[in-house]
Design a protein around this ligand. Structure first.
Ligand code: SF4
Length: 233
């Protein structure tokens, strides 16, 4: 997709949601970092439930280290991979104390050197906590970048680089939110809801689903239903 078309695509999302925000609950760069670290293979809703009590018990690195793996585990047991995540949260808190005086560094290399923190988590923290133009490519953005032609790529890194090249600079800061929310709620994995997609006219996806599957004879098996099944395969 050419940069001009990509700009129109992202602008359409921007106009529909001028002030996008992350759905994770946090109160500081540290609690954001922990929430994002917990969110891998878990829903934001489940993470928010866990952090509601976890952050009451510990909302800074020293308190988290004092809480310990078992203590952290007690709050996050309903989240996937909770044992490894509890270990990483305590370790990264210890590392923040040892290396950064208990502060979250606004630096990619320093973030990625923390336990359990990869490029995606670092990008979210750099973008949301520090206002940098970073593009965290999660499963939704990866799918959307490829499906729509916005930024095709075989790896999250390729999609990230394609988006960084094509999204207009003034929209880069918020594009991460627009694209995640769009992938999560409209351009869904199994059945993209193209019938009410604000970016539809700028999207290159060939099999757009133009009517809801149960919308009656107009949608029929040739449109929504059939396409929905194919997209799920
Ligand atoms: S038109 Fe359909 S495939 Fe394209 S971005 Fe919108 S929901 Fe996704």
């Amino acid at each position: 997709m050419a940069a001009a078309q990509a700009a129109r695509f992202v602008r359409a999302l921007a106009e529909a949601n001028p002030a996008p925000e992350t759905e994770l609950h946090y109160t500081s760069p540290y609690t954001l970092l922990v929430a994002v670290a917990l969110s891998a293979q878990a829903t934001d809703v489940s993470v928010n439930k866990a952090t509601a009590t976890l952050f009451q018990a510990a909302d800074n690195p020293a308190a988290m280290v004092a809480l310990g793996e078992e203590g952290v585990g007690g709050h996050i047991r309903r989240i996937g991979l909770w044992k490894a995540k509890a270990r990483n949260v305590v370790r990264l808190s210890q590392q923040l104390l040892e290396r950064h005086g208990g502060e979250v560094p606004a630096d990619r290399a320093a973030l990625e050197a923390l336990a359990g923190v990869g490029r995606k988590t670092a990008n979210v923290v750099l973008n949301v906590a520090f206002g940098e133009e970073a593009m965290a490519v999660d499963t939704h953005i990866f799918r959307l970048g490829n499906r729509t032609g916005l930024a095709p790529g075989k790896t999250p890194r390729e999609v990230e680089e394609g988006l960084m090249r094509r999204v207009p600079p003034e929209l880069l800061r918020d594009a991460h939110h627009w694209l995640i929310l769009h992938g999560r709620y409209i351009c869904k994995a199994r059945l993209p809801e193209c019938w009410h997609c604000v970016a539809r006219e700028h999207c290159n996806y060939a099999d757009k689903v133009l009517w809801p599957p149960a919308a009656g004879p107009r949608s029929g098996p040739q449109n929504g239903q059939r396409n929905g099944q194919r997209n799920g395969g």
